[in-house]
Design a binder for this molecule. Sequence first.
Ligand SMILES: Nc1ncnc2c1ncn2[C@@H]1O[C@H](COP(=O)(O)OP(=O)(O)OP(=O)(O)O)[C@@H](O)[C@H]1O
Ligand SMILES: Nc1ccn([C@H]2C[C@H](O)[C@@H](COP(=O)(O)O)O2)c(=O)n1
Length: 226
Amino acid sequence: MKNQAIPVITLDGPSASGKGTIAHLVAQALGFHYLDSGVLYRLVALAAMKHAIAAEDEPNIVAMARCLNVSFVDATVQLDGVDVSEAVRAEICGEYASRIAQYPTLREVLLDRQRNFRELPGLVTDGRDMGSVVFPDATLKIYLTADAEERARRRYKQLIEKGINANIADLVASLRERDERDSKRLASPLQQCEDTHLLDTTGFSIDQVVNQVLSMYADISTTSQL
Ligand SMILES: Nc1ncnc2c1ncn2[C@@H]1O[C@H](COP(=O)(O)OP(=O)(O)OP(=O)(O)O)[C@@H](O)[C@H]1O
Ligand SMILES: Nc1ccn([C@H]2C[C@H](O)[C@@H](COP(=O)(O)O)O2)c(=O)n1
């Protein structure tokens, strides 16, 4: 089957909007594959920090990304054979990832790795440019957001539940800084494109949002079969 015939649902949006959670549950409901594209940038960030490569050192960051030894084993992610599923979720990793994600050369290196996740029966993926750049022909494109304070509260609860110390005021500031950088960069900026559906999840539960996405996909799938 031609690659373009394989359905893709993309969820792009700012930090802590709930993209990964919703994408994963929608993929489970549909029996589709799932790609958290942010993890790829976080893995490069983690490897760079482990090798004491400064975020400003674009050539070495890109060279290291080309030979990154990454494997996805069940629900874990491994770097050089070591389970780094928790380490990549640290805020410092997200911040470093956001800084190196500005490099078009790094984005180019990660492009094919992301596109290789497009396999039958379908793919649900989240990130910043999944609908605008990585999968421009996606079946359903969603820009998933929530107001900044709600997103900070969600991230705060998430970190505390993992036993990671956090401060709401610091989180509001760091999320705002990260989203500003992700939206203002020249290479593949976070943006809501014309063919993307806006979904503001402020005040909606996870189940309500998942059902909303499934309903949108069912509508599009039905329409495309007419
Ligand atoms: N609609 C919702 N209502 C309440 N909490 C939510 C909702 N959606 C997601 N969450 C929670 O918010 C937290 C952040 O969600 P998640 O990590 O999926 O966001 P994200 O957009 O992928 O973040 P990032 O891009 O920074 O990785 C998680 O603890 C998740 O369970
Ligand atoms: N498709 C993507 C995914 C992620 N990034 C960058 C920008 C984010 O701040 C950082 C971490 O992503 P997260 O795990 O928080 O979703 O990685 C990107 O530029 N493009």
